[in-house]
Write a protein that binds this ligand. Structure first.
Ligand SMILES: [Zn+2]
Length: 350
């Protein structure tokens, strides 16, 4: 029922790096099995761009120091410099859960847009994110969603996102997640909801359940499970720099998740961040997608994507260029199967 389709094409050049000997470049056009969107896998590209993916440690250290001085999220400032909810929404003005603090966004990206500030540390290496830290942020965010559900039930499409450090689009260094909630789903959520429903109607089964079963059996891209959360490398990544996907079994929206589910996501994320750290990365993006909060959908599962971003360097290189931005295509810098193998090997060693 799920098809993993790809077409392979080649180009020939006389390569100056090899004394103008004939060289063949391979392009794999892969169809996302649910949406049909193309991702081109280009063998050798990771090696070609690798010099942009590492960071200038001295520059990074100086930016950490400079941004620490006026950071609104550091412990001594978070109660002085962050916005507060109106009294009718939350009497105390902010939501505290463990070490996480949830506050409204000063200038949001949706009609309901809040931040979960994590950790008392201003800067963390990716290996230093703990499951508890991430779990606290999720739980603080869930407390916000529950309040929203009571007061404004029509605003029912949430996403949790994480942009860590400037290469991932964050203007503030201090680790924080964002929770964006609208009355209409974001484009990607909507596309996945529509395609999942169509799959369910024609196959009489849940796409996400089928995907997990197939990937577990093939094992090429499957990584591990944490409690009821399954982790794998997608066949056709959305962006393709170390992109990993997670699927929560049996849950279609975020308010259905138990503490065990949240821990399964948080623990899996720390494993992937550990892998990124070992590969020399310092920055990442994450999205956690949910169906509507007011009903269970048999055809949809809560799912997550996480990817690493380029390093911090004087050149200011970015991988957010015309192809993903305007052409809406995906591009993977290595074969998803090789990435999965690399993650499995690193985690076993760790
Ligand atoms: Zn800070």
């Amino acid at each position: 029922m799920i098809k993993f389709e790809k077409r392979v094409k080649h180009a020939k050049i006389l390569n100056p790096l090899k004394g103008f000997k004939e060289d063949t470049i391979t392009f794999e056009y892969r169809k996302d099995p649910l949406t049909g969107r193309n991702t081109t896998v280009i063998k050798g590209m990771l090696n070609y761009v690798s010099k942009f993916l590492i960071s200038d440690e001295e520059l990074l250290d100086s930016l950490v120091k400079r941004t620490r001085e006026n950071c609104p999220f550091c412990p001594e400032s978070v109660r002085e410099k962050t916005p507060m909810f109106t009294r009718d929404f939350i009497k105390e003005g902010r939501i505290f859960f463990g070490d996480a603090v949830v506050v409204p966004n000063l200038l949001g990206h949706a009609e309901r847009s809040v931040l979960a500030v994590l950790s008392k540390e201003h800067h963390l290496k990716l290996k230093d994110f703990t499951a508890k830290m991430i779990f606290d942020g999720f739980k603080g965010g869930t407390a916000y969603l529950k309040r929203l559900e009571t007061l404004e039930p029509s605003i029912r499409f949430p996403v949790f996102i994480f942009n860590y450090l400037p290469p991932a689009g964050s203007s503030i260094f201090h680790p924080h997640m964002q929770i964006l909630v609208r009355d209409q789903p974001f484009y990607l959520t909507n596309l996945l909801l529509e395609k999942s429903r169509a799959y369910y109607e024609s196959n009489e089964s849940n796409y996400w359940t089928d995907l997990i079963a197939m990937e577990k059996e093939n094992h090429e891209r499957y990584l591990f499970s944490e409690r009821d959360v399954e982790w794998l490398v997608p066949f056709a990544p959305l962006r393709g720099l170390n992109e990993v996907q997670a699927i929560v079994k049996g849950k279609s929206h975020l308010l259905e998740l138990t503490d065990e589910d949240w821990l399964g996501i948080a623990e899996g994320m720390t494993k992937i961040l550990q892998f990124y750290h070992e590969q020399g990365y310092i920055s990442f993006n994450m999205i956690l997608l949910s169906g509507p909060l007011d009903r269970h959908l048999e055809y949809f599962n809560v799912n997550l994507r996480i990817m690493s971003r380029p390093g911090i360097q004087g050149l200011g290189f970015t991988d957010a260029w015309a192809l993903p931005y305007f052409l809406w295509d995906g591009e993977a810098v290595e074969e998803p199967e090789s990435l999965a193998e690399k993650i499995r090997t690193t985690l076993i060693k760790g």
